[in-house]
Design a protein around this ligand. Structure first.
Ligand code: KIV
Ligand code: ZN
Length: 498
């Protein structure tokens, strides 16, 4: 009889904290529904006190999703806990995730406090939260660098105060796998009441050890893991959900099952990648484009003789579909829809019509339409709702003729035009956009990348724009890189422009 490992997905909270990965409410609901279908046990939907947008998203997800527990993050302070409880009021099963830093580093430099006071604040927070909701998870932030004896005291005290789940995060991704596994064992052996609660771990990937640390923790008694799709998250990210799911699926000798429907992993991975504009690295374990590609002759020979010689995972088990259907200018809507579905994008009829128009335009100028192209085409239709849209752009640029641009933007439904010169075509076009938008904005980062190869390729532009001391991320892709640059700028502007 195998044991159950609970999957706590934090793509919508820790994952969304990753630079440039912010989602709007509609996108969060779409992703929450996909996570429900994937079979996660808990969805951490946001940090309600952090902004009205986060609060509303937690409420909306609580209404839209019924199977998983919906969890809301808070610090160990009453205002945060109240906001979390309020945001969760429609959840069929809600959980408040409260906690505080327990390492001496956090206690001393972050809180200017003492171990005794922090322990008391932890107990008070849990008791307060338990008056509002039955399910309270407590996190000991920076547990990876917390002294084990003190950590055990905090954990025991919050269990006595009513915590139902204990989360041990390696917040900074510092621990070695064996060290982290021993920390979990130490708590299992030294905390009264530990067997009455669910023991959870939450690892970061700063040294590339998030998955190894999580597995060691499971081998030492943790029964909930906090993970994100594609491993997205703060800095180097969190433990990747798909890696843990496939480790447990493959290593049957461990006798541990998750409820993940593994055949939905690829679809969910691509949905997260497209919604967050965060490409999946080609060699990413389990879901990367090359995860099942054998290129050396020796390997190919082996795989032809027997797949298992070089493949420990079956691509079908993670839902990698057959992409042999080549998309060209002669492909119909049905073929485009089928490919989009396999990439995790389900468009309604109007959106599909829009995407199909863009697809035909691209297919006319580009022979090889890649999955990235398709995703960008589909993403483009969502921009039609944005307050600022690029309607038209003309550039005159070249050696000896200077650089000038004329731009027409649709701003809240009204057309505005401007003309500017610059030190290059992009500079001229962005200056013209700025003349229309009339806000003090500075480009802090500007990255142009070709998607495939060849001069007919689509260019991707990532941009960071500073406005009122905040950085806003913009992305666009187009076969014309000047247009892509302007669209990426407009995409960033739309994050703050009302
Ligand atoms: O990394 C961390 O410690 C966290 C906590 C808020 C759970 O994300
Ligand atoms: Zn974290």
């Amino acid at each position: 009889m195998s044991e159950r490992l609970y999957i706590f997905d934090t793509t919508l909270r820790d994952g969304e904290q990753a630079a440039g990965c912010q989602l709007n409410r509609i996108e969060k609901i779409q992703l929450a529904k996909a996570l429900e279908e994937l079979g996660v046990d808990v969805i951490e939907a946001g940090f309600p006190v952090s902004s009205p947008g986060d609060f509303e998203s937690v409420t909306a997800i609580s209404k839209a999703v019924s199977e998983p527990v919906i969890c809301a993050l808070s610090r160990a302070v009453e205002g945060d806990i109240d906001a979390a409880a309020q945001a969760l009021r429609f959840a069929r099963r809600g959980r408040i995730h409260t906690g505080i830093g327990t390492s001496d580093m956090h206690i001393r430099y972050k809180f200017n406090s003492t171990r005794e006071k922090i322990l008391q604040q932890a107990v008070d927070a849990v008791a307060y939260a338990r008056n509002l909701i039955d399910d309270v998870e407590f996190y000991c932030e920076d547990a990876g660098r917390t002294d084990n004896v003190y950590l055990a005291q905090v954990v025991e005290a919050v269990i006595r105060a009513g915590a139902t789940v204990i989360n041990i995060p390696d917040t900074t991704g510092y621990c070695l796998p064996e060290e982290f596994g021993q920390k979990i064992r130490f708590l299992k052996e030294n905390v009264d009441g530990i067997d009455k609660v669910l023991l959870s771990v939450h690892c970061h990937n700063d040294l590339g050890m998030a998955t190894a640390n999580t597995v060691q923790a499971v081998l030492n008694g943790a029964r909930q893991v906090e993970v994100t799709v594609n491993g997205v998250g703060e800095r180097a990210g969190n433990t990747a959900l798909e890696e843990i799911a496939m480790i447990m699926h493959n290593h049957r000798e461990l006798g541990i099952d998750t409820g993940i429907r593994t055949r939905k992993l690829f679809h969910t991975s691509r949905m997260v990648s497209s919604l967050m504009n965060m490409p999946v690295q080609p060699n990413k374990a389990v879901v990367g484009r090359n995860a099942f590609a054998h290129s050396s002759g020796i390997h190919q020979d082996g795989v032809i003789k027997l797949r298992e010689t070089y493949e420990i995972l079956d691509p079908r088990d993670v839902g990698m579909l057959d992409n042999s259907l080549v998309l060209t200018a002669r492909s119909g809507r049905a073929a485009l829809k089928k490919r989009l579905l396999s990439l995790g994008v389900d468009l309604d009829k109007d959106e599909l019509d829009l995407a199909y128009d863009s697809f035909l335009k691209l297919a006319d100028v580009k022979m090889d339409i890649s999955d990235d192209d398709i995703l960008k085409i589909a993403g483009r239709s969502a921009d039609s709702q944005a307050p600022v849209r690029l309607d038209w752009l003309k550039v005159v640029s070249g050696k000896g003729v200077g650089h000038e641009a004329e731009v027409r933007l649709i701003v809240n439904g009204e057309a505005h035009e401007a003309h500017s010169a610059g030190n290059g075509p992009v500079d001229a076009a962005i200056k013209a956009v700025k003349m229309i938008i009339q806000r003090k904005m500075t480009i802090r980062e500007f990255l142009i990348q070709a998607m495939d190869k060849g001069s007919d390729d689509t260019g991707k532009v990532h941009m960071q724009v500073e406005y009122e001391k905040c950085l806003y991320y913009g992305f666009a892709a187009n076969t014309d890189i000047v247009t892509a640059a302007v669209e990426a700028f407009v995409n960033a502007v739309n994050k703050f422009y009302k």
